[in-house]
Design a protein around this ligand. Sequence first.
Ligand SMILES: NC(=O)c1ccc[n+]([C@@H]2O[C@H](COP(=O)([O-])OP(=O)(O)OC[C@H]3O[C@@H](n4cnc5c(N)ncnc54)[C@H](OP(=O)(O)O)[C@@H]3O)[C@@H](O)[C@H]2O)c1
Length: 327
Amino acid sequence: MKYRTIGADPATRREVSVLALGAMLFGSRTDEETSFAVLDRYVEAGGNFIDTSDNYAFWEDGGQGGQSEELLGRWRRSRGVGDEIVFATKLGARPLAPGTSYVDNAEGLSAKVIRESAERSRERLGVAKLDLLYTHIEDHRVPLQETVEGFAELVAEGTVGLLGVSNHAAWRVERARALAAAAGLPGYEVLQYAHSHLRPRTDVPDPLFPDGSLGHAGADLLSYLRAEPGLTLVAYSPLLKGAYTHPDRLPADFDHAGTPARLKALTEVAKETGATVNQVVLSWQAGGDLPIIPLVGTSSVAQLEENLAAMDLELTGEQRARLDSAH
Ligand SMILES: NC(=O)c1ccc[n+]([C@@H]2O[C@H](COP(=O)([O-])OP(=O)(O)OC[C@H]3O[C@@H](n4cnc5c(N)ncnc54)[C@H](OP(=O)(O)O)[C@@H]3O)[C@@H](O)[C@H]2O)c1
C-alpha cells in the first residue's frame, strides 16, 4: 500500500493510504459479518482511511442514519483499533426526523448542530477525537462565518483533527477558507466530491442542486485543487456505484456523447494491462498529477481485493494521456 499526506500543518496532518474505504452501507445494506470482514482485510492490506457520516444510511431504513458509525464503533472496540486508523465523518445532512430527507429537512451547519452532532458521532464511533470532519452539504440558512467558527472551536478543543468539505460550490469553499485564514482559524483541507473517469453532464438540475450538481468535481473544483497545494480531493463513488460492471446502473446524467469515447479508452487500457475497467479507473485516479484519493465502497471481500490490487497497477504516460484526453 502507498500513502499520501492529508493536511498541510505538521501538527495536524496525517498519512493515509491512497485507497480510502467507504462504510456508507455498513450496518444497513451490508451486514455486520461482511462489513467486519471487509474492514479487517482492508486494514491487513495497509488501508487506514475509513469514511462514514452521521446520516449513513438513513434511506435504507427510513430512519436518521447512524448505523454505519455505530458499526464502526463496534468494530473498533472488538479489534482494539487505536490512532493508526483515520476515521472521517460528516455532519450537516442528517435528516431532522425519521422518514424525511436532507433535501428539505437537514440538520444544517449551525454552531449548535456542529457541536451536538460532532459529539453524537464521537459517541457512536467511540472516539475522543474525530480525525477528519466534513461539512456534508451546503446550508444557505447559516452564515459561512458561523460554520467556520463552529468547526474551528472543535479543533481548538481537540475533539476534531482535520476539516473537510463536501458537495459545496467551489466559490463557497474558497470563501470559507478565506474567512478562516483571515481570522487565523483552521480551514477546510480535504475536499470530498463525486469523481470518476466518466464525466457527468453538469447542467442537470436536481432537488438539492437546482443549478446543476455541485457534488461532482468539475472544472472549477479541479482547477482550485491544482492551485492550492495543501488540498486533497477524496473522490467518492469512483466506480459509479458499480456501473462499470453493471452498465444499467449508469445514471441519466452520464447519457451524453462523451461517455462512449471514455468507455472505449478505459476498455482498451484494461485489455492492454490485463486489469479490469474498475482497476484502471482507480489507478488512473490515484496515480495522476493531482492529489486524489479514491473512496470506494465494497460489499464483499472479493470486490475489495480487486480494488486493492488496482493500487499496484502502474499506467504508462501514454495510457494516462489517452485516458485524460478521451472525450
Ligand atoms: N460525500 C458524499 O456526499 C458521498 C456520497 C456518496 C458516497 N460517499 C462515500 O463514498 C463511498 C463510496 O461511494 P459509493 O458506494 O456511492 O460508490 P462506489 O464506491 O463507486 O461504488 C460502490 C459499489 O460498487 C460496487 N463495487 C465496488 N467494487 C466493485 C468491484 N471491484 N467490482 C464490481 N462492483 C464493485 C458495489 O456495489 P454492489 O455490491 O451493489 O455491486 C459497491 O457497493 C461511500 O461509502 C461513502 O463513504 C460520499
